[in-house]
Write a protein that binds this ligand. Structure first.
Ligand code: ATP
Length: 309
């Protein structure tokens, strides 16, 4: 369990994270979303004790990272996969890491198997592809068999097979009762991997919700209706906070009413419907919609061009 309480981080004049409170629970994959510069990496660094909060606090299983006696067993992290620029083999890299924390050699073999690096474990990690580097980063994170995993952009640069692999791995880790927090810019990927979302914009909390609710409550969700009496139905539906667009002959797109409601109104007036389809906003659209205000509202008007995140 990760708990942030009024977490704030300032770098000089710039506030990277502002009064951020959230809880990441075990058992489900939690996605950490936000536009560029929203403060995701800064928050993750504070979780891992790599950056000190200006105020507030964040704990992992009730303690701040530095208070844990064996942090590698508590929290596994991958912040930048590319941080592994090593002349060592993947195996020796993991072995050295294990040795510093009293983790046995057989666990190194185990994690190499888990991440599928068996074929290349004796090769220099410095020559690894991005995908192999990601797998090695994940192997390092899993080494201490931690109850909590914190991964910054773990699917970055992976091919479809690698993405599917990480998705299943993280779901399995969560299903085993671990706490899993991952950030990603790939919203569509997050929709498939995460069950819960923490969304931030300009360092502030925008949403702390299930993926299903996030998409459901996103503005812009509409219903597609097809009927021979489109014009009559349009006049019945249109009103305060309900807009109806004619997208094609006999096809309406209704925003502001549920499909249930539209179906009932049509039935009451004996209008036969040939189609009544809720158009689910994609996570990508929902994310853009919900973070847009945070970006626009808080962007300082006087900021010099080119500096705005
Ligand atoms: N060491 C630092 N010194 C000064 N400003 C920083 C520092 N680290 C981050 N920032 C600023 O804090 C804000 C948040 O950055 P952060 O990297 O946490 O965002 P992010 O959500 O991870 O973004 P991205 O998705 O682009 O990586 C940004 O405006 C960034 O410029």
């Amino acid at each position: 369990m990760i708990e942030a309480h009024a977490l704030t981080k300032r770098y000089g004049e710039r506030t990277a994270v502002s009064d951020l409170s959230f809880t990441v629970r075990p058992g489900v994959v939690t996605g950490f979303l936000g536009p560029n510069g929203a403060g995701k990496s800064t928050t993750m660094r504070m979780i891992l004790g790599l950056d000190a909060p200006t105020s507030g606090r964040v704990t992992v299983n009730g303690k701040q990272y530095a208070e844990h006696r064996a942090p590698l067993h508590e929290v596994g992290a991958m912040l930048e996969a590319r941080a592994i620029h090593t002349g060592r083999t993947a195996y020796n890299h993991l072995l050295a890491l294990a040795a510093t924390t009293g983790i046995p050699r057989r666990r190194v073999d185990e994690v190499i198997e888990i991440v599928g690096l068996g074929q290349v474990a004796r090769k220099r990690a410095g020559g690894f592809s991005l995908g192999m580097g990601q797998r090695l980063g994940i192997a390092s994170a899993l080494l201490g068999d931690p109850a909590t995993l914190v991964l910054d952009e773990p699917v970055n640069g992976l091919d479809p097979e690698g993405i599917l692999w990480i998705r299943n791995l993280l779901k399995d880790q969560a299903a085993e009762g671990r706490t899993v927090l991952l950030s990603s810019h790939l919203m569509s990927e997050m929709a498939l991997t995460a069950e819960h979302l923490i969304v931030i914009g300009r360092g502030r909390l925008i949403a702390d919700t299930s993926v299903a609710d996030f998409v459901r409550t996103a503005a812009g969700a509409s219903v597609r209706v097809r009927t021979d009496e489109a014009e009559r139905l349009r006049q019945l539906l249109v009103g305060h906070e309900v807009s109806v667009a004619s997208v094609d002959r006999g096809v309406l797109e209704v925003t502001g009413l549920s499909s249930d409601r539209i179906g009932r109104i049509a039935a009451d007036q004996a209008i036969a419907l040939a189609e009544l389809t809720p158009q689910q906003a994609s996570l990508e659209e929902a994310f853009m919609e919900m973070t847009r205000d945070a970006v626009e509202y808080q962007a300082p008007a006087r900021e010099p061009e080119g500096l705005a995140a």
